[in-house]
Design a protein around this ligand. Structure first.
Ligand SMILES: NC(=O)c1ccc[n+]([C@@H]2O[C@H](COP(=O)([O-])OP(=O)(O)OC[C@H]3O[C@@H](n4cnc5c(N)ncnc54)[C@H](OP(=O)(O)O)[C@@H]3O)[C@@H](O)[C@H]2O)c1
Length: 384
């Protein structure tokens, strides 16, 4: 196996290190030499002996000896060009690029199939936690009914800080940013877009349909206040940014939204920058994957396992039917906070100072919205 790694930043350099450190064991496992022939980044890099440095990715694409291209640049422009060019040359591709797979996965899979090349992207969701392969391969005997979880470590870190350190959103965001946890485009994290990319990828693999991730109704955490967290706590809940997807009779229910979860629920106890994915299916019932969703070695670990997977003979199909039947999941219980008493159907009521807090019974969002017309409220979903 001769590999070209394009992008030698946080994840890319981690892949170089792991492949170098684990070379002997990996070669023994797959029964073939594992050689990194090229490392490519814009700035010159010190690379382990034997690896050719290049600033021009075309050196890798044009080299017939390279059979596996690892794209770790990110973004949806040059990364897409590189992946398509590599696949058209019949090279296998491994990437961690969630934005690109969520945007252009269908086109990429088609080019891969046409050229009998493999494309793997386990690291795109959940960093090092295996979740894409379980959804697609390991649970193949099952009908997957629902996937949900905490898919964005940055927002989970911020929500955890708000709760444990009694901080408001802006204070917690400043700390997360200072630690380098927030993407250059903060909206990807804070507005639920990154989580939408990831739940799209999981839903695509679990339900075997492709759809534009922009159809996913994504609400981030900007409206979650310390006050709401305190009230949620008083009622026995925590607020988490939950991405969920489930099979409906007429399509796929899928969305990203701040959600109250009972404190006894495992998902409510996933804190800091950790991720969790819970898959509900018919035979295995419930299975939960938990671990670190980002970081150099964490993510590189998944990339390396995908590189090894390209060695297998089997080509898993990515032949997905396109669908437009994508809806937010609006039938839910809701947490409603209002500075006036409300005439709504509720399960739990609590009041403190001027605030009236309700946990509603299950209700269609449009119906609740109608009942709340004229009131200023803060409103989140309640899980279960
Ligand atoms: N970081 C994580 O924990 C994590 C977790 C899951 C998934 N991911 C995904 O992994 C991918 C890589 O992320 P990262 O955090 O490693 O990014 P990063 O640290 O910003 O590294 C990007 C690398 O790409 C290189 N690059 C940029 N444009 C290039 C070009 N035209 N030709 C060649 N090289 C180019 C950069 O080179 P220079 O430095 O020389 O500019 C740099 O080495 C992204 O898709 C990201 O979403 C990351």
């Amino acid at each position: 196996m001769k590999i070209g790694i394009i992008g030698l930043g946080t994840v890319g350099y981690g892949v170089v290190e792991i492949l170098t450190e684990q070379k002997e064991r990996l070669e023994k496992t797959i029964g073939e030499e594992v050689v990194i022939k090229y490392g490519c980044s814009l700035d010159d890099m010190d690379l382990p002996e034997g690896i050719i440095y290049t600033a021009d990715y075309k050196d890798i694409i044009n080299d017939d000896e390279v059979d596996t291209v690892v794209e770790l640049i990110g973004g949806t422009t040059i990364a897409k060009t590189i992946i398509l060019e590599a696949l058209k040359r019949g090279k296998n591709v491994v990437t961690a690029n969630k934005a690109l797979i969520a945007h252009d996965g269908q086109e990429i899979f088609k080019v891969a199939a046409l050229n009998n090349a493999k494309i793997y992207y386990e690291a795109a969701v959940g960093g090092g936690i295996p979740v894409v392969a379980p959804a697609k391969e390991n649970l193949i005997a099952n009908e997957i009914k629902k996937i949900e979880g905490i898919l964005n470590g940055t927002t989970n870190f911020i929500l955890t800080l708000m709760e444990t350190d009694n901080l408001d959103f802006d204070e917690a965001l400043t700390i997360a940013d200072g630690l380098g946890f927030v993407e250059a485009d903060a909206s990807l994290d804070l507005d639920g877009i990154d989580a939408a990319h990831k739940i799209q990828i999981l839903a695509m693999n679990a339900f075997e349909v492709f759809f534009d991730y922009k159809k996913i109704q994504a609400t981030g955490i900007r409206k979650v206040t310390k006050l709401d967290m305190d009230y949620a706590k008083a009622l026995g809940y925590r607020i988490k940014l939950i991405a969920q997807a489930k099979k409906l009779e007429n399509g796929i229910g899928i969305d990203v939204s701040p959600t109250l979860i009972g404190t006894k629920d495992i998902v409510a106890n996933v804190n800091q920058a950790y991720n969790v994915v819970e898959i509900s299916c018919n035979y295995l019932e419930n299975v939960i994957f938990y671990g670190k969703g980002a970081g150099r070695y964490v993510t590189a670990s998944a990339v390396v396992s995908d590189i090894m997977k390209t060695h297998e003979q089997a080509v898993w199909s990515h032949d997905y039917n396109e669908t437009d039947a994508i809806y937010p999941i609006t039938f839910s219980r809701y947490y409603v906070r209002c500075d006036q008493p409300l005439d709504i159907d509720y399960d739990t009521y609590y009041s403190q100072g001027k605030d009236h807090i309700y946990i509603t019974n299950e209700i269609e969002y449009s119906e609740l919205e109608e009942q709340l017309k004229g009131y200023t409220t803060n409103l989140f979903k309640v899980r279960g």
